[in-house]
Design a protein around this ligand. Sequence first.
Ligand SMILES: Nc1ncnc2c1ncn2[C@@H]1O[C@H](COP(=O)(O)OP(=O)(O)OP(=O)(O)O)[C@@H](O)[C@H]1O
Ligand SMILES: [Mg+2]
Length: 253
Amino acid sequence: MIISIANQKGGVAKTTTAINLAAGLSLEGYKVLLIDADPQTNATQVFIHPDNEISPDKSLYQVMVSFGSLSGVILKTQFPNLHVAPSHIRLSGVDLELAQAFDNRSARLKKALDSVRDRYDYIVIDNPPSLGLMTINSFVASDRLIIPVSTAFFALSGLVQLQETISMVKQTQLNPNLEIMGVLCTFSDRTNVSTDVEKQLRDYFGNLIFDTSIPKNVTLEEAHSNHSHIFDYSPNSAGAIAYKSLVQEVLKR
Ligand SMILES: Nc1ncnc2c1ncn2[C@@H]1O[C@H](COP(=O)(O)OP(=O)(O)OP(=O)(O)O)[C@@H](O)[C@H]1O
Ligand SMILES: [Mg+2]
């Protein structure tokens, strides 16, 4: 199963969710590939040590722009069952670089994934905060979407455009099978704003909202700077408990 973590709004915990969902699934014994489709390379930096510099031709850039093989760029992490396809800052140019492409440029990632998907139980894609060509490639390649929404600010603005993009991908037959697996409330706390936003989201999305909400928890941020996921860095933290519960929900859905 291929799961994209997406929301064009920045800073809503896409990367944090992609990392900890991928890690949590790998700890359940599944073989997991985490694809970093964001030119900001945040997920790459967590798992690949900065000393180990990734060149563009060893990253997803090569796969997207030069039809490089995906298996040629996949790296092992220090954790068993968890592999990463790293990103590169040059990925930010794919919209321009592929502007004149004659092939189906929305399906390049999907094509590349066809050659590796049998090796993994779950493929998790971390997406950039945009609805550009890279995100469209992820939507075309994915079976399911998880949409993290921060309950800290303006959560609902932008969700209509995101839903329109998902409908476009389905209706134009780019990927008729794409479905939202769930909407995930992130950065939740006991403030009135957070409680109100979470209620609005539950009213709007109904059953699509995961029962699990991810609380504000600074340990999640610390794990990143320690090149780790939350289950390794602080397995008893509130963040670890929440992401473990999300993993169980994903397995059920
Ligand atoms: N539940 C949380 N509690 C506290 N801090 C968090 C939590 N989730 C994520 N963070 C921190 O908030 C920041 C934004 O999170 P993250 O990078 O996962 O968001 P993003 O949606 O991937 O951002 P971008 O759109 O830039 O890719 C990061 O510094 C991250 O460590
Ligand atoms: Mg991110």
